[in-house]
Write a protein that binds this ligand. Sequence first.
Ligand SMILES: [Zn+2]
Length: 296
Amino acid sequence: MMYKWATIIALCVVQINGYVIVDPELGVDPETLLPNVDTSGINGLSATGLYCNTGTRQSPIDIPYCVQKSLSALRIEGHGDVRPEGFTMLNTGSTAQISYNGLPVPTLSGGPLPKDSTYEFVQAHFHWGNDNVEGTEHAIHDTYGALEIHFVHRKSTYNDLATAIQHSDGLAVFGIIFSEQETNNTRLDKIIPNLANIITEGTTTTLDEDAMVWLEEVISAFQYYNYPGSLTTGDCNEVVNWIVMKRKVGISAAQVAKFRNLIGKDGYPIEEYRRHVQNLNNRVIKCARKDTSRFH
Ligand SMILES: [Zn+2]
């Protein structure tokens, strides 16, 4: 049945080893896509840490295709909840970072994550570029967005982040890509205007209890790409189970520009915070079927 389907629309879908390989944006022949990206000449920051130049499962990547698989339900719990204690947003000197105040800690489990494991939310942070054409770390089909947010989680059996990044199953990160639109996305009004309160490195501000409810519509779309990768900063430890959400969020150029007002460690505005894409090597990018994930 699946084979027949693959044959019928062979121009955009092929079947290998029992899996269906789907172009992330239907309509392009995946055989014309190169699994390894020529990263020369691509804008972005070069990382110099321990594994950044020697690793074989580095992030971010361009996602040229994905292998459609039936995965158990991915459970994304608590990230978009209203939280009476609110959120704290910090200028780290590199980016704006959001932590969740109070309990419970949001969690990720199921889906592509190891069986019977739970990953606990640590922090979320943003990446952006000099311009809105190449503003994200991940690309889909060589197309970037204007901004990307990463939600970092550590496996609950590791006591802290420092321990987790020493283990290949230590972290799970889900990313959401924002694409430029003409008008402001007012659903981000509980976050972006508050960037003005953290212009200086080390300063923090508190976000309202409903600052993250915009997440609900993104994650409830259920669809995502999944691949084994690394941190994109620091030592680029190869410890991240990456989940990149397929649904994008709109954002205006004026809204992205607010991130570039933040002052970094060097005393100058942070015009860019993104690593360029890395070679895929022999990694398989999975895409989950629409009906297998649940958002709570
Ligand atoms: Zn990141």
